[in-house]
Design a protein. Structure first.
Length: 622
């Protein structure tokens, strides 16, 4: 056995030796001098140098025209609500920096994606009647949206909004909405008529103290057919006692900035069990949520990483080890991030993780992870080896060519419908003070777009991605889905103290696709946790092409993607087989489904709805 730092730490994790948090940090990252409980500071700076693109393996598409372009049509489409969050040019506290998430949320179940934008606050407050609130935009089915917030029941809650996630927690057939806040979270029951009822109190979700709640996701961790709720927590933060930059000497590259998170008390993640009667019970401590080494939790990714049929939880943590809660199938979880290889950078250093996305990007039957990180560092790509461990392939796969910008929202999306998931990363600096300070990165930043080369590597195609990708904005959360039902994946981006972006994907590839939306019966009605595999075979002489994905709540950075699972079919004109493995354990098989359709499939294999869409529209663009 060859001994690396990872192997050594793994061996310690498998012994009876008890290590403190500081001990593990020292073993994993001896170069790191900032430890929990030490003097408060700003985030450590990173000195990762961009590496040249790796030696390119043979690829059928490397260097070929991209065939897609992302155009920002937010203003033309009617997305006119500015997100308010903290000071516009200077921030006193870290609370002013995190920004908000966004959801592609089909709240009225017409299979046209609506948009929910989380909103924030400012330290000095607002005059009565002028407080910012979250916004719900209804899809008009013509490329435009109408703000329907007022009168929906969503307009009454104000404050430091953070993330959002969607799921039918009461199994009444209507997907409900959860919004996390610094302060008190909110659970909105979808009443099925365009209105929502705040049921936070009656559901048992009132919190006894102020928490900095962050990323969230519904999941059925015990597979009883009722959606439970996970809420990450960032920092135990109190404005009355929080350190100010000048008093604490918090700096970033010589510029005074908000303090933290290093040196501040980390928050504890929360797991709520669904009691099946419309209420939840906090089981965080007994389920193992509080035994994780990592803290400062931001974004959440839910996935069955080990293919055992039970959902696991990955949390991107800021300035410390990431967390991987492995489902023990008995109501408890165990943090296995270190031994799995997804806690630190390749050289054993903690990273400032922000967003997380999950996909089987190399089509080997195991789900992989991409995580966005702080400026000066690379983003991370963890490849699932199928034995409970991951390899950090960030440099091998080509993501190490970029280190300058600061990543937040992220998603795997098959932008060109070739059946191989690509990556879009939304960037924006955390400190507005960097503008005018001579620091190497601005506050508003462009995105990164990576094309999957079908060989385990990615090609940076940012420059070819269109004006929506290359425009500099202070981005935070982003969500992915086909809002105009034209067969390609679009993105909506929530920005800090700015209007959102709606990135319409315009494709010239002419490739085919299929969409699947599922409805549980014995499983939860949203189908969250179900795994869908699609097999295509263009000709008898070609090897069958298998793709898979899972239905997930939450994800990216504080955001919610379309529940409809999209598969690019390339030149195939039908899906030969669609296999759905439900959380209940049931497995459905459907055959010979024509391409360029949406299929709504109920547990048991019944097709409830078939929706024909315009696969390659040339007209009617807003």
């Amino acid at each position: 056995m060859s001994w690396s730092r990872r192997n050594f730490i793994t061996s310690l994790c498998n012994t009876a030796l008890v290590l403190t948090f500081d001990d593990v940090l020292a073993l994993a990252a001896p170069q790191n001098t900032m430890q929990a409980g030490s003097q408060v500071s700003a985030r450590p700076t990173y000195n990762a140098t961009p590496r040249p693109a790796p030696k390119r393996l043979p690829s059928p598409i490397a260097g070929t025209p991209l065939g897609v372009s992302f155009i920002d049509v937010a203003r033309k489409s009617g997305l006119n609500a500015k997100t308010i969050y903290g000071g516009e040019h200077k921030n006193k506290y870290l609370l002013e920096t995190t920004g908000c998430g966004v959801a592609f949320y089909d709240y009225d179940h017409d299979d046209w994606l609506d948009i929910f934008l989380v909103n924030g606050w400012r330290l000095d407050g607002f005059p009565r009647g002028q407080e910012p609130h979250c916004h719900l935009f209804k899809n008009n089915r013509d490329g435009t949206f109408t703000d329907v917030t007022i009168g929906s029941g969503l307009e009454h809650k104000t404050g430091w909004g953070q993330g959002c996630c969607v799921g039918d927690y009461n199994n009444d057939g209507w997907n409900d909405l959860f919004v996390s806040y610094y302060g008190q979270n909110a659970l909105y029951r979808n009443d099925g008529n365009g209105t929502f009822t705040d049921v936070t109190a009656e559901a048992g979700l009132l919190q006894p103290k102020t928490r900095w709640n962050s990323g969230c996701a519904f999941l059925d961790y015990d597979r009883d057919g009722h959606l439970d709720l996970f809420v990450a927590n960032y920092i135990d933060f109190d404005i009355k006692t929080a350190p100010l930059p000048d008093a604490a000497g918090c700096e970033y590259k010589g510029t005074q900035v908000a303090c933290g998170p290093p040196g501040l008390e980390g928050g504890k993640n929360i797991l709520y069990h669904n009691n099946g009667d419309g209420t939840f019970t906090d089981i965080s401590e007994k389920s193992g949520m509080w035994t994780a080494i990592g803290t400062y939790g931001l974004s959440v990714g839910i996935c069955d990483f080990d293919n055992d049929g039970w959902p696991d939880i990955y949390v991107a943590d800021d300035s410390t080890a990431a967390t991987l809660y492995q489902n023990q199938k008995n109501g408890t979880f165990k943090d296995v991030a270190i031994e799995a290889g997804v806690a630190y950078s390749p050289d054993g250093k903690p990273q400032a993780g922000m967003g997380v996305a999950i996909a089987d990007f190399n089509r080997d039957g195991y789900f992989d992870i991409v995580k966005t990180n702080f400026a000066g560092d690379t983003d991370s790509l963890y490849v699932n080896l199928g034995d409970g461990t991951f390899d950090d392939d960030t440099y091998v796969a080509g993501l190490g060519v970029n280190t300058r910008l600061l990543g937040w929202g992220v998603g795997f999306l098959d932008m060109d419908n070739d059946g191989w998931p690509d990556i879009l990363i939304c960037n924006g600096h955390v400190y507005p003070e960097v503008d005018g300070a001579g620091i190497d990165a601005p506050y508003a930043e462009h995105k990164y777009l990576y094309r999957n080369l079908q060989n385990g590597q990615f090609e940076d195609v940012t420059a070819e991605g269109g004006p929506g990708v290359n425009e500099a904005v202070p981005a935070r959360g982003c969500a992915f889905g086909d809002y105009d039902n034209d067969g390609d994946i679009d993105a909506v981006v929530n920005c800090v103290n700015a209007l959102p972006q709606l990135l319409r994907c315009d494709s010239k590839t002419g490739r085919n696709w299929i969409k699947i939306r599922i409805v549980g019966t014995k499983s939860n009605r949203s189908g969250i946790g179900a795994r869908i595999a699609v097999t295509t075979q263009v000709s008898p002489t070609e090897k069958p092409f298998v793709q898979m994905d899972e239905v997930r709540s939450g994800g990216g950075y504080y955001s919610q993607n379309d529940f409809r699972i999209h598969f690019g079919l390339n030149r195939a004109t039908k899906a030969d087989t669609v296999e759905i493995t439900w959380p209940s354990g049931a497995i459905d098989h459907l055959h010979d489904l024509p391409a360029n359709h949406l299929y709504v499939i109920q547990e048991g294999g019944k097709v409830l709805k078939t929706m024909v869409m315009n696969a390659h529209p040339q007209l009617g663009k807003v």
